[in-house]
Design a protein around this ligand. Sequence first.
Ligand code: NAP
Length: 308
Amino acid sequence: MSDKQEALFENIVVIGLGLIGSSLTRGIKQRGLAVHLFGYDGSAKVRQEARDIDIGAQIVDELAPTVSKADLVILAVPVGAMANLAAQVCPLIKPGAILSDVGSVKQSIIEAVSPLMPENTHFVPGHPVAGTEFSGPSSGFGHLFEDRWCILTPVEGGDQQAINSLKLLWQQLGSQVECMSAAHHDIVLAITSHIPHLIAYNIVGTAADLEDVTKSEVIKFSAGGFRDFTRIAASDPVMWRDVFMNNKEAVLEMLGRFTEDLTQLQRHIRRDDGQALQDLFSRTRAIRRSIVEAGQETQEADFGRTKG
Ligand code: NAP
């Protein structure tokens, strides 16, 4: 099946060629959304790997010549690396060009990048709500963003034409696009993504530290629920360190709520309040059903996730 569509940009450069960056280059290439597509990564080893496996972009060793002719530059590096990278990239962006990013936290990136944008250039921050626990160029795939949401968090006074162009790019990659403020994004993602990752990291860490249950027992009996947490807890350590360092307030706020609810559950169990437990578990089962109905998950027992 050919996914080819009309090119939306003459020159696109994607910086950071890991899971998200290399999925973007593959998706853009497969659909013909750029006339010329370039990729750059800070690591020479990653650049070589990207060349060897062919991620759909021409891999360059230098940023300046490519960025200065790009109509769209997409930063796909860990959140903590965005500010330094933007300091390098922003002075090179040509007038009229768009800079975007795919970072999982939005306010801190906007604060760091916006002041660096030259006159007559447009910053349109974005976050594809799609991913896997894998990293690196070989983990990417062109249909990662299909039937997923991409959130754009336009900056104050942002250029509507630039926002529309980026929206169209994500739509052509198969995503549905929603615009919201960066502050709202960071709260929503704290509960839907950041706290679940923290809980997974915590439960797997707790199990690893237990003294009266052996490690081999944890592994042997993991199908009881534990293994689903281990998938999330296998996510990239650098990426997730940066998420928590950069979305501190929203995460701490949601964590406070979560802790209160956990304490209440503890109370229900201590007081033999089976009805309260059953009521909650029925409500949560309905939420799972709505996610499946919305096409964001399948009913399959392995969670239906494929590596692509
Ligand atoms: P990844 O697989 O680890 O790839 C990141 C790549 O960026 C690595 O190759 C890294 O090289 C490179 N890099 C780091 N600093 C750089 C710099 N200053 N200049 C150029 N390249 C640099 O990470 P990812 O999962 O694709 O995540 C990328 C971004 O997407 C993050 O901001 C993340 O929050 C966001 N995001 C991730 C997901 C997800 O599920 N993974 C989903 C949505 C959004 P080294 O390894 O050598 O440092």
